[in-house]
Design a protein around this ligand. Structure first.
Ligand code: SF4
Length: 261
């Protein structure tokens, strides 16, 4: 079986426990204004402009993003770093883009990795209709689940369609008893009011499992990619949140009984 990925990152330390290999699946149904991987959003291969600089000279060329890989290739890539996983408690992470948009391929990769006793992690925003979510849960040790807002109007404006899917899938994963870390991107002008965290807490409180939250502060690392793709960066010149703002939101979750990572 084949799927489409746009990157593989070895020695990743922010995509789950320990040292990991992260596979970035191509395609995402959302278009978050702050997305730092806009090249991931369209399914299939795309072309982007790449600027090569040698001294004062600049040369532009087209770069293809996205490639088809088999489950066997994924497993072979994962197995290159077995020693790192063993020593660090790491494993493999399937991220994106949105990995749930290639549900059969994702399930096969997970099953093959579990067959080799690797720790498996799925990093998802949940905005996808994965009919085989139960099977995906079966082979996944840990979900990193992105929760942006509980306000459907804000979600629609800043991220697109799929608000109800995000909630439904989150409920299904939680009720399956899976280990989960809720990841909240902290985005200026979008979800930094007390009311935003309060609404997320109220929703999480109704679920059986999630008590761990990780805040992901907005950053501008992907800005130049938009120009390379010929797209507008809709966050304008928004600045990253300050330490005090992150601390205030962190305290809100902690006071509600959540462990913050
Ligand atoms: S869900 Fe993630 S990959 Fe998809 S558009 Fe939003 S930030 Fe980008």
């Amino acid at each position: 079986m084949q799927g489409i990925i746009f990157d593989i990152k070895r020695y990743a330390i922010h995509d789950g426990p320990g040292i990991r290999t992260t596979f970035f699946f191509k395609g995402c149904g959302l278009h978050c204004h702050w997305c730092h991987n806009p090249e991931s959003q369209l399914p299939g291969k795309i072309l982007a402009r790449k600027i090569l600089r040698v001294g004062q000279l600049e040369h532009a060329e087209e770069q293809e993003i996205g490639r088809a890989v088999t489950v066997g290739e994924i497993v072979a890539a994962a197995e290159r770093d077995l020693l790192c996983y063993e020593e660090s408690g790491g494993g493999v992470t399937f991220s994106g883009g949105e990995p749930l948009l290639q549900p059969a391929f994702l399930a096969s990769c997970l099953e093959a990795c579990k067959g080799r006793h690797l720790h498996t992690c799925v990093d998802t925003a949940g905005a996808a209709r994965a009919g085989n979510l139960d099977e995906i849960c079966r082979w996944t040790d840990l979900f990193l689940y992105d929760v942006k807002t509980m306000n459907p109007r804000k979600f629609k404006h800043f991220a697109g369609d799929g608000f109800h899917l995000v909630r439904e899938n989150l409920e299904r994963v939680a009720r399956a008893g899976k280990e989960m870390i809720i990841r909240v991107p902290v985005i200026p002008g979008f979800n930094m009011e007390r009311e935003d965290a309060r609404e997320i807490i109220a929703f999480l409180d109704g679920l059986p499992a999630p008590r761990r939250v990780q805040l992901l502060p907005y950053h501008r690392h992907g800005v130049d990619k938009y120009a390379r793709l010929g797209r507008e960066y809709k966050m304008g010149d928004a600045a990253a949140p300050g330490a005090g703002e992150i601390m205030a939101i962190t305290r809100q979750f902690q006071e509600a009984g959540y462990e913050t990572l």
